[in-house]
Ligand binder design. Structure first.
Ligand code: IPM
Ligand code: MG
Length: 356
């Protein structure tokens, strides 16, 4: 049966990079991939047209789809809007409405890009970490939240960090399952020395580990984890952590690989439905210039084929094509170094299509 992909380019470079990923999907269709695509609005672009960063029509489209391909949301233009209608709310709304609680963020170093990392090649060569970030709970969604006026007239901002046992258990289960297909090691990251909620997080992970003894489990405080990521990142296989810690650590891990422009992500719900997006943002400073790196989005399509569309051979094909264009020394500006051939966003997309 034809599978349906909702395509949501969003804002900034989202438009350009998603166009390249769509080219790749179109090319795979001529090789037998049975999918249909439908475009929708999200983020600031959606706000401008409809007054909402997540229009009802888009939500309906995503709910009916097997998978969602998203570019990026946000930009200077919308920064002063009320927080309830900011572009980011479109993304957070999709995560919440579709219950996409499991965010997989691989940080893989391509050998061809070892010199693009700010760390020494010997520290990062062969790097292959999977960060499993809880995505629909924690301080991002906890209530109460807001800004209130105290009796002395001073403003006080507040957010709430909450996790239910069931939320911790389901994300830890995902981490154990993924580790089993890799090097069978999970490091759970928390702040159990200070925050009760993450002390409970640690207890729940330990309890679940009783039924997953084939996996080696360790725990680490988040401050140490940030340090270890830049000191000796290869010690990690799978890291599992809360929504906010995962947000921060995944940017840090991304940079180890040289460019945040290379890294895809998947956000999955219990039904295997998923949203796929590059982990970089909308980069308004370079939007519209045809210089952004489309590879993270193209690699997000590979994750989509593997995790939501049951087409792992097609996924392999994309990943091999990306490897090939890197071997051909083609580089967008963000990963360019001496001796390489600098190409534009669309030239990179065309090269991947040619290498399929
Ligand atoms: C991410 C982004 C988002 C987040 C923003 C855009 C809301 O930084 O996906 O990592 O904080 O989750
Ligand atoms: Mg982030």
């Amino acid at each position: 049966m034809t599978k349906k992909i909702a395509v949501l380019p969003g804002d900034g470079i989202g438009q350009e990079i998603v166009a390249e990923a769509v080219k790749v999907i179109e090319a795979l269709k001529t090789h037998g991939l049975d999918v249909e695509m439908e475009q929708g609005l999200v983020g600031g672009t959606a706000y401008d047209e409809t007054g909402s960063p997540l229009p009802t029509e888009t939500l309906k489209l995503t709910k009916e789809s097997d998978a969602i391909l998203l570019g990026a949301v946000g930009g200077y233009k919308w920064e002063s809007l009320d927080i309830a209608v900011r572009p980011e709310k479109g993304l957070l709304g999709l995560r919440a409405e579709l219950d996409l609680f499991a965010n997989l963020r691989p940080a893989i170093l391509y050998p061809q890009l070892a010199n693009a990392s700010s760390l020494k090649p010997k520290i990062v060569s062969g790097l292959d970490i999977m960060i499993v970030r809880e995505l629909t709970g924690g301080i991002y969604f906890g209530e109460p939240r807001g800004v209130r006026i105290l009796e002395n007239g001073e403003r006080q901002g507040y957010n709430t960090l909450v996790y239910k046992e069931s939320e911790v258990k389901r994300i830890a289960e995902v981490a154990f399952d993924i580790a089993r297909k890799r090097d069978s090691r999970v490091c759970s990251v928390d702040k159990a020395n200070v925050l009760e909620v993450t002390e409970m997080w640690r207890d729940v992970v330990n309890e679940l580990h009783e039924d997953n003894k084939d996996i080696e489990l360790s725990h680490m405080y988040v401050d140490n984890a940030a340090m270890q990521l830049v000191r000796a990142p290869k010690q990690f296989d799978v890291m599992v952590t809360t929504n906010m810690f995962g947000d921060i650590l995944s940017d840090c891990a991304a940079m180890l690989t040289g460019s945040i422009g290379m890294l895809p992500s998947a956000s999955l719900n219990a039904k295997g439905q998923g949203m796929y997006e590059p982990i970089h943002g909308s980069a308004p400073d370079i939007a519209g210039q045809n210089i952004a790196n489309p590879l993270a989005t193209i690699l997000s399509v590979a994750m989509m084929l593997r995790y939501s569309l049951d087409e792992s051979a097609m996924a392999d094909r994309i990943e091999k094509a990306v490897d090939k264009v890197l071997d051909q020394k083609l580089r967008t500006a963000d990963i360019y170094s001496d001796g390489m051939k600098q190409v534009s966003t669309s030239e990179m997309g065309d090269a991947v299509v040619a290498a399929l």
